[in-house]
Write a new protein. Structure first.
Length: 293
């Protein structure tokens, strides 16, 4: 298979793999904002440039299991971020350190869609293989938890004013309700609990990446069946679920047929069969109701 040829289990199109698909008209607005980045977890934000290490013992790729390449094209495109994150604008790179790079997805499938990229030779393996290393798995799980908190802060910043669970907190912040100095602000809504988090059972890109995104599935880039089923079926595997049992059916996504399942609304559970257009229209309304929760 060529580096851009589509595989039946890929979660994205061949144009997205090649980097030629259209990006959102307001791409910078689709990810974690600069304000959230400044205010959340500043200890993560000190940049340090680090080249990716090479390990001669690892010679298979995550999505294609083909010989390693040294380019950053097509399925190897995410490697450019881990190789030199400082070369990318702040609208694309959320933060980076010696071991990880967090970015806004170039083709987001929700209003906030981020990726966590480990800067490790193990990241060139399929996640099922890479996560056999207990130390590596623990580090990915810990860093994923940090990115989840940042994404949750972004959702609170964007949608807090609409949410019933955030009303008291918003009233304090806006000066509409008195609050004792030094007293912790009302916690408000648990946005972190609502996030979609995980790796795809069949990765489409060769560098291991963890998705952390809002559940709304509202995006110009949410155009095809696999765009939806890859995040709303067990095809998305939370990193917290690893290590997987050897007989876990998620190890064999093709056999499980996740991409052939009916479209089910992520929020209300309504079954749309194979009616993608109707699903998208329905999701627009659910998005507005979700913000109000």
């Amino acid at each position: 298979m060529s580096s851009t040829e589509s595989d039946p289990e890929d979660a994205i199109t061949k144009e997205e793999i090649a980097g030629t698909a259209p990006t959102p008209a307001h791409g910078a607005a689709a990810g974690v904002s600069q304000g959230t980045k400044r205010n959340a977890f500043t200890e993560l934000m000190s940049p340090k440039t680090k080249a990716t290490k090479e390990n001669p013992e690892t010679n298979t790729l995550a999505s294609t299991r083909s010989p390693r390449t040294r380019t950053f094209k097509a399925r190897d495109g995410l490697g450019a971020y881990t190789h030199d994150p400082a070369a990318f604008p702040a609208s694309q790179v959320i933060y980076y350190n010696d071991d990880f790079v967090a970015i806004n997805d170039l083709y987001p499938k929700s209003t906030v869609h981020t990726l966590l990229l480990p800067r490790s030779p193990l990241s060139r393996l399929h996640p099922f293989d890479a996560f056999k290393d207990a130390s590596f798995l623990a580090s990915v799980q810990a860093e994923t938890a940090k990115l989840k908190r940042i994404v949750a802060k972004e959702l609170q910043r964007r949608y807090g004013r609409f949410s019933a669970q955030e009303q008291e907190r918003e009233a304090v912040l806006n000066g509409d309700k008195e609050w004792d100095d030094g007293k912790e602000l009302p916690k408000g809504r648990d946005w972190e609990k609502e996030l979609l988090v995980g790796i795809h059972a069949h990765p489409s890109m060769n560098d291991l990446h963890v998705h952390v995104l809002s559940p709304d599935m509202i995006s110009e880039c949410m155009r095809h069946r696999r765009h939806y089923t890859s995040f709303n079926t067990p095809f998305l595997i939370d990193v917290a679920d690893f290590p997987l049992a050897e007989d876990d059916p998620r190890r064999h996504p093709g056999k499980a047929g996740y991409h052939n399942r009916d479209y089910m609304c992520w929020r209300c559970g309504k079954n749309f069969g194979n009616r993608f257009k109707q699903l998208k229209e329905h999701l627009a309304g659910e998005f507005e109701e979700w913000k109000k929760q």
